[in-house]
Design a protein. Structure first.
Length: 135
């Protein structure tokens, strides 16, 4: 699986990422009605962002990544919301200063408050443990 290679830094050349891997990632991020895919992508999303070797690969497709994160943190699926809570510090690190005029509308205080107010105690705990990384 090509996405598995991306999770192992140094195993794939940056020149192949744009033509081979990014399209696969974007295709999976667009599968809005497939909860199994959302669970899987939300579980590896932080690793994908972290292991993209060049900032260019994060910024060129920021609009798609932001849309995916906005969808998963509001998901009705508990597993997906837990994953969104877990990767919030990583997502904030990469997109906290993203210019909303470029195509994304982020309000991390809203995201944090919504996840911190979740009915599930585990999500509250995840957010509580990870907030220091985002600030």
């Amino acid at each position: 699986n090509i996405v598995d290679l991306l999770l192992l830094p140094g195993k794939i050349l940056p020149t192949n990422i744009e033509k081979d891997i990014i399209p696969i990632i974007l295709k999976h991020l667009e599968m809005t009605h497939d909860e199994e895919c959302n669970q899987w992508m939300s579980a590896i999303f932080g690793k994908l962002l972290f292991n993209l070797p060049l900032e260019k690969f994060r910024k060129d497709h920021a609009k798609e990544y932001i849309a995916f994160y906005q969808r998963i943190f509001k998901s009705k699926d508990l597993i997906v919301r837990k994953n969104a809570a877990f990767i919030m510090p990583c997502f904030f690190y990469y997109f906290g200063n993203y210019d909303s005029e470029e195509g994304g509308d982020l309000d991390f205080s809203e995201i944090y408050c919504e996840l911190a107010d979740d009915d599930n105690i585990e999500i509250k705990a995840i957010i509580g443990r990870g907030i220091h990384e985002a600030i």
